[in-house]
Design a protein around this ligand. Structure first.
Ligand code: NAP
Length: 199
């Protein structure tokens, strides 16, 4: 039986936007993945500098945004785990859930990826999954090369022009009353309005 190739899309998703969805679809295609599971963070790691929206709101926005894609799934793993979110724990849990016949491909933004490599033993982390670091236009590749084991076969960079969209910008736009239509899926925009997020 062929091994399953599972994409794991980690992020705070506050909120999820079209840049994230394009990233997951591009990884699905480039790395011939069978499916991608989105894993919204529970208690965000080292985010003392700003209030992060409630995990249930972020989770529900991801469900709304991904529901029309038959190969996208959403996991509550990190939301339900106690304590701060560490990617290594998530990868170990997913490996346990799916058994030996799965290969994990962890996908996230390049800056967040640097944090993961910085804080944990790189060899241990690299033994758990392939890592796909998504970059937005203008990203300083030298920064990534200084902090990540780019020569390792399990580490890949993926340029995603659609990541010019950012969650930070979307939150600021909502706060200022500027439009976010076409930056996020319609259902996510409606959810933000109904829940009164980012005001
Ligand atoms: P972040 O610092 O909020 O984001 C860093 C950059 O990456 C931002 O530009 C962000 O853009 C982008 N980004 C985040 N998730 C992305 C995704 N799935 N696809 C494409 N770009 C993405 O990062 P974060 O959201 O807190 O963390 C991202 C993931 O890394 C989470 O799964 C987190 O648990 C993990 N992480 C783990 C550790 C650790 O284990 N020690 C440390 C740090 C992060 P947007 O703001 O537009 O999303």
């Amino acid at each position: 039986m062929a091994r399953k190739r599972l994409g794991v899309m980690g992020g705070t998703f506050d909120p999820i936007h079209h840049g994230h969805l394009v990233t997951a679809e591009e990884a699905l295609w480039q790395f011939e993945l069978d499916e991608v599971v989105f894993v919204p963070t529970g208690r965000p790691w080292m985010k003392g500098d700003r209030d992060v929206s409630d995990a249930e709101d972020r989770y529900l926005m991801v469900v709304v945004a991904t529901s029309s894609n038959p190969r996208f799934f959403v996991s509550r793993l990190e939301i339900e785990r106690e304590g701060p979110t560490y990617t290594v724990d998530t990868l170990r849990d997913l490996q346990r859930q799916h058994g030996e016949d799965v290969d994990l491909y962890f996908i996230t933004g390049a800056d967040a990826m640097l944090e993961i490599f910085h804080w944990k033993d790189q060899e241990e982390v690299l033994s758990l999954a392939h890592f796909i670091a998504a970059t937005r236009p203008g990203y300083d590749l030298a920064l990534f090369e200084r902090g990540a084991p780019t020569e390792h076969p399990n580490v890949e960079l993926m340029d995603v022009p659609a990541l010019a969209i950012s969650s930070t910008d979307i939150r600021a736009r909502v706060g200022d009353g500027r439009p976010i239509r076409y930056l996020v899926p319609e259902g996510v925009q409606t959810y933000i309005e109904k829940a009164g997020l980012y005001r």
